[in-house]
Write a protein that binds this ligand. Structure first.
Ligand code: GLY
Ligand code: MN
Ligand code: MN
Length: 473
């Protein structure tokens, strides 16, 4: 990655009166100072430096792009605990940072900048410790820090980071290659008698062996209808569907975000097969639509249309498809958005404002239940990378509530829908790059067709026949 070019390009949006301040992340203590969570550098700091060390700050001069790194050189007493470390000066030189200064001089540097009438731009902080340290070094009340963050800097960083370069795509492919291995392992381990935790552990082991972290807390659940389910205590049984939403970070900290839904038995049951195929149809429709110029909101709506038509054929919905779409009836089954941007963050740059990433420039976020959860609605551009993640869920509490209120009786056959309660949920999620004329699936293919998943399952039967084909419906 050419970090200097990135910093120079950023500076083009500013002038000699501007200074751009990027505090890096510190260690975050778990229960006392020296027992901290795995360190994760701030993504924007990584974008402009690639440096994954704690307690650093970057300053970029708005006139010239000249960069200053503030940090502490390692001492011999540090080396006693951590072993040999490269010097900050050497690291800074590799990425063409012009000046390196002791961290203790940062406050003074910022104060002089302020006194000379220049504007210090910073991004809204998302960690309490960064907010407090910004308040301290910019001499303002903690409560004022977020609202004084620079809108100009948010816009400039967003515009730069949202278009992925070839180097970044290479990193994302690395994350997806590890993620493919994780998903194959989960497919093989999704057997009757295993726990959800054991299946997730198989994926985590692969991440650890590759010396990377998961990009987000994994979801491995037989209750796929609970959208953010992090309980992993259930024992898998014949006839269950196991929803696995798990992705790795690359060595350079880019995210993968992949969901598959695997049968625990060797084959899908009748209801499961119909719902799975319909979600696959939604995915195929959506990915065929991806191209520069199309608003992602339209792809979400089109995907919902495919679902409504399919559910009508199955007898779960009826009535006029366009009316059902307009009224939002499909959200009973598909209550979340079709996808989001992905990059250094799994929901890329949402720390800069979810609507600023996904809407803006003439695109308003919808208010209706369902589409209001679409995190990205604006026009696609070449270089965007997005997830495409349709799903169909049978959420008993929601079905009961809407049914008891007689909501959408023109579109929903509640008595038929109730027959599917217990199926859980099916989601299928892949990561796509928008290209000049269309799109490209990133990463190696991860089994998704029903026949390939059933074939792979049939090759993993334990001798002694722990798993036998059943039709759970
Ligand atoms: N894994 C988080 C998401 O799919 O958005
Ligand atoms: Mn996702
Ligand atoms: Mn996901």
């Amino acid at each position: 990655m050419n970090y200097k070019e990135r910093r120079n390009k950023l500076a083009e949006s500013f002038s000699e009166k501007d200074l751009l301040f990027f505090p890096g992340n510190t260690f975050s203590p778990k229960n006392y100072r020296d027992n901290y969570y795995r360190f994760r550098q701030d993504s924007t700091f990584l974008y402009y430096t690639g440096m994954d060390l704690p307690d650093l700050s970057l300053i970029v001069d708005g006139a010239s792009g000249k960069s200053y790194l503030f940090g502490n050189e390692v001492t011999v007493s540090d080396i006693v605990w951590t072993g040999w470390q490269p010097s900050l000066k050497d690291l800074a030189q590799k990425i063409a940072i012009e000046e390196v200064h002791e961290l203790s001089t940062l406050d003074d540097f910022l104060q002089r900048t302020k006194n000379s009438g220049r504007t210090i731009h910073y991004l809204p902080p998302y960690r309490g410790e960064t907010q407090i340290s910004l308040a301290h070094c910019l001499t303002m009340p903690v409560a004022d820090v977020s609202e004084n963050a620079s809108s100009l800097l948010v816009d400039a960083v967003l515009a730069q980071r949202e278009i992925k370069s070839e180097d970044e795509i290479v990193e994302m492919e690395k994350a997806l290659t590890i993620t493919q291995e994780m998903h194959l392992e989960m497919l093989y381990n999704a057997k009757s008698g295993a726990t959800e935790a054991q299946v997730l552990a198989g994926a985590i082991k692969i991440a650890e062996e590759n010396q990377v972290a998961l990009a987000y807390p994994g979801i491995v659940t037989v209750n796929g209808e609970i959208l953010h389910n992090h309980y992993h205590g259930n024992v898998l049984k014949e006839g269950d569907l196991l929803l696995c939403d798990v992705g790795a970070e690359s060595p350079g900290y880019y995210a993968a975000d992949i969901t598959r839904t695997y049968p625990v038995s060797l084959t899908l049951g009748t209801q499961q097969r119909a719902i799975y195929q319909l979600v696959l149809d939604m995915l195929n429709y959506s990915t065929a639509e991806l191209r520069p110029g199309i608003p992602y909101r339209d792809v979400h709506i089109g995907s919902t249309r495919v679902m409504i038509e399919g559910l009508k054929e199955m007898g779960l919905m009826h009535g006029d498809t366009e009316e059902a779409l307009k009224e939002g009836a499909g959200a009973l089954f598909f209550p979340h958005g079709l996808g989001h941007m992905i990059g250094l963050d799994v929901h890329d740059m949402e720390n800069l404002g979810e609507d600023r990433v996904g809407y803006g420039s003439g695109y308003e976020r919808g208010e209706q239940f369902g589409i209001r959860s679409l995190r990205f609605g604006k026009k696609l551009l070449e270089g965007h990378v997005l997830t495409v993640e349709p799903g169909i869920y049978f959420i008993e509490a929601l079905i009961n509530q809407w049914g008891s209120e007689n909501r959408y009786l023109d579109f929903i056959n509640y008595s038929e829908v109730r027959k599917y309660i217990g199926l859980g949920g099916v989601r299928l999620e892949d990561n796509y790059l928008i290209t000049e004329n269309g799109s490209k699936l990133l990463g190696p293919p991860i089994p998704i067709q029903i026949d390939e998943i059933e074939f792979l399952k049939s090759t993993t039967v334990d001798f002694g026949g722990a798993t036998t084909p059943t039709d759970p419906s």
